[in-house]
Design a protein. Structure first.
Length: 631
């Protein structure tokens, strides 16, 4: 697990080695163990290493036998043993014992198809000196990030946005479209970023620069062919084989390894399977809160006792203001996902014991585990209620409910759900978990921002994916859309940045691409049956997990944001969202921000997610736009 950086000079000039070093220095947290450099002619590559496999000889960049092909790589190739054996039999000579060296030899054998045989998570930069060809590649599910910036004279790329901004000649301007989408979703979707001119390479994609031209192409995507008549016992059996294989392959490590355990279905299943594969007790790590409705440690303890793990707990009892600046800096872009804070803290605590951790991330998007999907299923029936009745009776009743500080309170969920019923199904799907509607954003924006995004609609980002499979049922289309957007742009960003911010590698067995393809093709009722999410996964887990874990309500990894903003973070909120700061950055209308603050602080409304989005943007803007990112 590592960080990669690079510069390709498009006008033939020699790349400045100090620029590569400056970029790599911002990524020391991703790779504190070693620094590698390739700098020759128009290309410079840099690599920060976190040693996980092949501790002695695994330094990068990798090269082939005649040193005509070079590569730096972030991630893990789980099937490298079989690839290495096959390549060695074909005559290839290896200089290391690590997993990443197979990349350059795969390229020699298969050229543009070299990624097809790789099973893993990866961000790759490969340089073919003879062809003067640069290839950037990102893994199928988007576990590992790749940012890039292109000008007439240079192509710059890195694992994190801050590494690109370390170059003094990169412009620091806010991308209005990226900001518009962020304020809808609480994350920055798709290829967009919040810095003008910098883009993300999409999951399953390659960027190729050759002959003075840059092109993008997809090398992998889900090709969903639903199995209409698959028997449930057969599905359970195949799921068992794929999930066990995914867990087993992710246990390969030359350094200490453990497991994040929330006590929910997904992480508990990973622990259950891994404990049966280990000859010694495995280490598990959990985090909790002082507020009872947010504390799930009792569930994690029950799973730990069941599988006799060496269990470690961390309880958040400090002011979140103490870690928020670090979390925002590591995130690269504003994230409205406040669970980045506990993810950061559990990663920090775990790093004292281990270097690699496995988690249950990805299962919700595959098996329809979120409450959002239940809302999607109920919404068509409630839309049959006349709008005059919904808006004249149901909404006023919901507005009279007292604002609650409890976790994902009924009051908040009801108001959000009713607000989405007047929207079309796709727009309401992302509204359930969003921050601002299109109309609310119009009232929030300054005149300049409003003019810059007048013709931009966040719905278009989702429609690009939702419309690819018009013949499929709505739930399957929504699951595919979330796999392409919410999963890589929110969940996996949080997992990658907070873990790597503590020099901890995270592995997600549910995102093995073979398992992802299998689950995507399953009949839709195996995922959401009536209003029961993860139906097949629960059937599979019946013989493995305690009944209380199996049937507990979906809780999520959320924080007491409502009360934090009123109490622990109140001083910071009032500083960062003051009239002076709002007018200085120039993106928001002060009267709207003032109203949101007043209503929330007085307890009249729960604007926690809206205020959090504006707050983290303001803090991010000061850190990344007004100042140069510091290590």
């Amino acid at each position: 697990m590592c960080g990669i950086v690079g510069i390709l000079s498009k006008n033939g000039q020699q790349v400045v080695q100090a620029d590569i070093g400056r970029m790599a220095e911002t990524l020391v947290h991703r790779g504190p163990d070693d620094y590698g450099l390739y700098c020759r002619g128009p290309l410079g590559l840099g690599h920060r290493r976190l040693s996980v496999i092949d501790l002695q000889t695994g330094s990068q960049p990798y090269h082939n036998e005649d040193k005509s092909v070079w590569a730096v790589f972030n991630g893990e190739i789980y099937n490298f043993h079989e690839l290495r054996a096959r390549l060695a039999a074909q005559g290839h000579v290896f200089h290391t014992a690590g997993d990443g060296e197979v990349i350059v030899h795969q390229y020699e054998e298969q050229a543009g198809a070299f990624l097809d045989g790789l099973n893993g998570m990866f961000a790759i930069a490969l340089w073919d000196e003879k062809a003067q060809r640069l290839i950037l590649a990102r893994d199928r599910c988007g576990k590992k990030p790749v940012y890039y910036y292109e000008s007439p004279t240079a192509l710059v790329f890195a694992s994190e946005l801050k590494a690109i901004l370390a170059l003094p000649w990169i412009d620091r301007g806010v991308d209005a479209q990226g900001l518009h989408h962020f304020l809808s979703l609480n994350y920055v979707p798709d290829r967009f970023t919040l810095v003008r001119g910098i883009r993300k390479l999409l999951p399953g994609h390659m960027l190729i620069h050759e002959g003075g031209r840059t092109s993008l192409r997809s090398y992998w995507d889900l090709k969903i062919v639903p199995k209409r008549k698959m028997a449930e016992p057969d599905a359970v059996e195949e799921l068992d084989g794929l999930l066990r294989s995914a867990v087993r392959s992710r246990l390969i490590s030359d350094v200490p390894l453990g497991f994040f355990l929330s006590g929910g279905l997904d992480s508990s299943l990973v622990v259950a399977l891994a404990s049966a594969m280990s000859t010694a007790p495995i280490h598990t790590f959990s985090i909790g809160f002082n507020q009872p409705s947010y504390n799930e440690l009792a569930y994690a303890r029950e799973v730990s006792r069941r599988f006799q793990t060496v269990h470690h707990e961390e309880v958040i009892d400090s002011n979140p203001r103490d870690v928020l600046p670090r979390v925002i800096w590591l995130s690269d872009e504003p994230s409205g996902d406040s669970s980045s804070i506990p993810m950061y803290l559990i990663s920090k605590a775990a790093r004292a014991h281990i270097t690699v951790a496995l988690s249950g991330d990805g299962a919700d998007e595959l098996f329809a585990g979120y409450l959002t999907y239940q809302a999607d299923r109920m919404a068509p029936f409630l839309r049959r209620v006349p709008a005059i009745l919904r808006n004249g009776l149901l909404k006023p009743l919901a507005d009279r409910l007292p604002v609650s500080l409890e976790k994902v309170s009924f009051e908040y969920r009801l108001k959000q759900f009713l607000g989405g019923l007047d929207m079309d199904p796709l727009r309401s799907h992302y509204w359930w978990n969003g921050a601002f509607s299109e109309a609310e954003k119009s009232g929030l924006y300054s005149d300049d921002l409003k003019a810059a995004v007048r013709s931009v609609d966040t719905r278009d980002v989702f429609a690009e994916y939702f419309d690819r499979y018009p013949e499929l049922d709505p739930l399957t289309r929504l699951l595919y859309t979330d796999f392409k957007t919410y999963l890589p742009d929110d969940i996996l960003v949080k997992v990658d940045r907070m873990s790597m911010g503590n020099s901890l590698e995270m592995r997600c067995p549910f995102l093995d691409h073979r398992l992802v393809q299998f689950v995507s093709d399953l009949p839709v009722h195996f995922k959401l049956k009536a209003l029961t999410g993860k139906y097949l996964l629960k059937r599979y887990a019946e013989s493995l997990l305690p009944r209380r874990i199996l049937h507990r309500p979906k809780a999520g990894f959320s924080v007491p944001l409502n009360s934090w903003l009123r109490q622990e973070l109140r001083e910071l909120v009032e500083e960062s969202l003051s009239e002076r700061r709002i007018r200085a950055t120039g993106y928001f209308a002060w009267p709207t921000v003032r109203r949101l603050l007043s209503e929330h602080m007085d307890g009249r409304q729960n604007h926690a997610y809206r205020l959090w989005a504006v707050l983290v943007f303001q803090l991010w803007h000061e850190m990344f736009i007004e100042k140069a990112p510091a290590c």
